[in-house]
Design a protein around this ligand. Structure first.
Ligand code: GMT
Length: 372
């Protein structure tokens, strides 16, 4: 098949998932055309069967806001026509679903019919999308998609709750390449972070308010009182300084390291003992799944779709959002003794396997075939 993929090219989960999907499809022999405003972060190096089309948004003195959506729709038309694409798969509704609707209408005038699949990822529904500034366009363009998928049952429910959706939404969960994340820890790297073999706690996100990074710092401070530990923060974003300042106030800053945005997540995950995800909401929590695939148990909030991927008491624990005391107790119960930690690590690896890339890619292929 010749498939167009539209996504955000940044470090966010939706872009990561869309890029990994495109790479996996290309490996299976499909021709995959990425249409984004920048090279997606996980699309590095030469990969056969992958094509990249950058959306250019020319500026003009009249434009206080350059019309990205118009440029995107025009690029979609151009790429679809010139490469004779069979299908367009857009990730994250805003503005990808509405731009796809526009492109589809333009192509219809030329008798070119193309199915559009829209995958909903989370904040496009639960945060940004339901805002009345966007809601009518989001509702319309989701309904106009040929097929709609959501990354969890919870997100499907949230979508029906907040929007008047007249079509079925198919749940296709996010996935992870378990083989890629099954890595031996790089000893030298582990020693730099934890020279005295302290436990390594890890959090990775875009440091937005919804992630509640201050809870991560509080949990870490409580764990550290009992068990020597280090905290690694991966990623960057608006709440980074909040985390840093709190670390200073709680006197644990020297044991926290901010390593910024990272591409080789599998190497970092491999050295961690526990992943913390304290978000107020997660439609899925792809970072937690990647951690589990690397054999890292997760302590998380029980928000959104997290309970669909974490088996409480088996490969991690969940608590109510903001219940840092309980999360700290749970974290300690995993990392305090070696035997329990080893067992939770083993369970995490095992549990992640049900979301392995080899199980989920065929679900997308089946969906594509249905609409071709
Ligand atoms: O978490 C973010 O803020 C990034 C966001 C995105 O759209 O890139 O992530 C969402 O999509 C991911 C991939 O499907 C999910 O794993 C995340 O849980 C989801 N984030 C939220 O729902 C907050």
């Amino acid at each position: 098949m010749k498939i167009g993929i539209v996504c955000y090219p940044t470090f966010g989960g939706s872009g990561v998932l869309a890029t990994e999907l495109g790479k996996a499809l290309a490996q299976k022999g499909h021709l995959v055309h990425f249409i984004t405003y920048q090279q997606p972060v996980r699309l590095n190096g030469f990969i056969p069967n992958i094509f990249y089309h950058e959306v250019q948004v020319p500026t003009y003195p009249l434009f206080d806001y350059p019309p990205y959506e118009t440029a995107l729709a025009s690029t979609m038309v151009d790429v679809i026509k010139n490469n004779k694409l069979d299908l367009l798969h857009v990730h994250y509704a805003i503005p990808h679903a509405s731009a796809a609707y526009m492109a589809r209408q333009i192509l219809l005038k030329e008798n070119y019919k193309i199915p559009v699949i829209t995958t909903l990822h989370g904040t496009d529904i639960t945060l940004v999308g339901k805002d009345k500034t966007y809601a009518p366009v989001v509702t319309f363009s989701i309904n106009e998609s040929t097929a709609i998928t959501a990354v969890s049952e919870n997100l499907k429910e949230e979508t029906f709750k907040h929007f008047n959706i007249t079509k079925n939404i198919e749940v296709i969960p996010n996935f992870v390449d378990v083989k890629r994340f099954t890595r031996k820890p790089i000893d030298a790297f582990r020693k730099v972070i934890a020279p005295k073999n302290e436990r390594i706690l890890l959090h990775a996100s875009n440091f937005r308010k919804i992630k509640r990074v201050e809870d991560v710092v509080k949990i870490f401070a409580a764990v550290k009182k009992v068990k020597p530990a280090k905290l690694l923060f991966v990623g960057d974003g608006p709440e980074r300084s909040t985390a840093e300042n709190l670390g200073r106030d709680l006197g644990v800053c020297d044991d926290i390291q901010f390593v910024g945005k990272q591409e080789q997540m599998e190497d970092i995950m491999a050295i961690a003992d526990l992943f913390l995800l304290t978000s107020a909401y997660e439609s899925f929590g792809l970072a937690a799944l990647e951690a589990m695939a690397a054999g890292v148990p997760v302590v998380a909030s029980n928000a959104g779709g997290l309970s669909e991927i974490i088996k409480d008491g088996y490969c991690g624990f969940m608590s109510n959002v903001g219940d840092v005391d309980n999360m700290a107790k749970q974290a300690l119960s995993i990392v305090e003794n070696d035997k329990t930690l080893v067992q939770f690590k083993k369970h995490a690896s095992l549990h992640a396997k049900q979301f392995d890339i080899s199980k989920v890619i065929p679900l997308y292929e089946k969906l594509y075939e249905k609409y071709l």
